[in-house]
Design a protein around this ligand. Structure first.
Ligand code: EPU
Length: 416
């Protein structure tokens, strides 16, 4: 078991280079199974989620050549169309394999996917998409058997703009006969990254980044080379750290538009921030309270909600944060309060009174972004913070200890 030890309250200076986006990579890797050609993906983050996907690719029979930051996938000969529970339970994105195997082989068997326990996270919208293209879905004891004689394009109206259902609908429709229209689609940049890769492979898709995506099915796809976009949530996490502790901290390799909701919020709170084409510079400054709520892109991302609440403990006045996407994404808050924060939650809203001094304590990373929230609190706090269950954190942030050490943080992983 590993735990993270942080000596807080150090000023941070230098450059952090942002890695490839986790939530793009986890969709683009399964997408490589849509062709029997070789696909090369670059800018792959070195995180636990990718290790799990690599294991799944191996299990299915794909040949994988992973080097630093890249992955070559050769899916010419797949031998399994079933994903065992020990692999599917590791991460939510394992259900993208459902869509690609269904699209290419017209059958797949898989357990309910895993992922952070931040809400109920049903998969009904994905199943609705599969069914509307002609697949049958049988569920017994959480095992889904999905089959189709033919997949035929149709109109899919999602009940909510789900990122995963939009991705699964695109993945299954690219090789279907005829045209599929996804209405009420999610607009997240990771979806546009997937569409850009699929277009290189020969797919015909329009409308990504809007509420209506149209996919004109093609008979086959070819291999391609694709660079994954920078991770906007990692960008946001380090930007938040910079707003609290930065001393001319440079966050490099970013797409500023992808984190506009965050930088707009920081600027209105009084943060000292300079935004350039593909980097930003940030200094710590006195911050004022703000009220925000999470929503789908381009709104304030739920994945930055927990890290941002840590920042709000240092802002002057009464802030509120309303979580509209997940029912259970406040599990960091009892630990922030243990460290000295003054946060009260009622239903979907957390009310934060600040600024409060934080003191290092032993805390638990209950999920990925809760881990990021506690890491930020630990960096700000006086004294030593110990974070346990950091496997959640390591699932999503590449070389987090190295990146923070390079800019002056006192942080280490301990084996216990
Ligand atoms: N929902 C349903 N039915 C569905 C699908 C979703 O009710 O069939 C609900 C969910 O329960 C949730 C909401 O719709 O309340 C949004 O869920 P969505 O499907 O958009 O989320 P996801 O695809 O499961 C991805 C990211 C999450 C991120 C969300 C929202 C990946 C692998 N995961 O999840 O990332 O929070 O979109 O932006 O891309 C993270 O990185 O920490 C993380 C949890």
């Amino acid at each position: 078991m590993q735990r993270l030890k942080i000596q807080g309250n150090q000023k941070l200076t230098g450059t952090v280079r942002i890695s490839g986006a986790k939530n793009s990579a986890v969709a683009l890797i399964p997408a490589a199974l849509l062709t029997s050609d070789k696909t090369t993906l670059c800018n792959i983050p070195n995180i636990l989620d990718i290790d799990y996907l690599e294991k799944t690719l191996n299990y299915l029979g794909a040949k994988v050549n992973r080097a630093s930051g890249s992955m070559v996938i050769d899916a010419s000969n797949l031998k399994n169309l079933e994903i065992p529970e020990e692999l599917s339970s590791k991460l939510r994105a394992s259900y993208y394999f459902m869509a690609v195997l269904l699209a290419r082989y017209k059958q797949v068997k898989m357990h309910f996917p895993g992922g952070c326990k931040i809400g109920s996270r049903p998969i009904d919208q994905t199943l609705k998409a599969f069914k509307s293209l002609g697949a049958t879905v049988n569920e017994e004891n959480d095992i889904y058997t999905i089959e189709a004689d033919k997949l035929i394009g149709s109109e899919i109206k999602l009940d909510m703009p789900s990122v995963g259902a939009t991705i699964n609908a695109i993945l299954v429709a690219v090789l279907a006969e005829g045209t599929t229209i996804i209405k009420n689609a999610a607009k997240e940049p990771e979806i546009s990254d997937l569409v850009s890769m699929l277009k290189k492979m020969g797919a015909k898709i329009t409308g990504d980044g809007t509420e209506e995506i149209t996919i004109y099915g093609v008979k086959e796809l070819t291999g391609c080379n694709h660079d994954i976009i920078p991770d906007r949530i990692e960008t946001g996490t380090y930007t938040i750290i910079g707003a609290l502790l930065g001393n001319y901290l440079k966050i490099d390799n970013i797409v500023p538009e992808h984190i506009k909701s965050l930088t707009d919020a920081l600027e209105s709170m009084g943060s000292d921030l300079e935004i350039h084409d593909d980097y930003l510079i940030i200094n710590s400054s006195k911050l004022n309270a703000i009220s925000l709520e999470t929503s789908g892109y381009p709104g304030f991302p739920t994945d930055l909600q927990q890290p941002f609440v840590s920042l709000l403990t240092q802002a002057k006045g009464k802030s509120t944060m309303t979580e509209t996407i997940y029912e259970n994404r406040f599990m960091n808050i009892p630990y922030l309060n243990k460290m000295g924060a003054s946060i009260h939650t009622e239903n979907k809203t957390a009310t934060i009174l600040g600024p409060t001094k934080l003191t290092g304590k032993e805390v638990v990373a209950t999920d990925l972004r809760a881990g990021a929230s506690l890491l930020i609190a630990g960096l700000v706090a006086n004294g030593e913070t110990i974070i346990t269950e950091i496997n959640h954190l390591l699932r999503g942030y590449e070389e987090i200890v190295e990146k923070l050490t390079n800019i002056g943080a006192k942080i280490e992983i301990e084996e216990i």
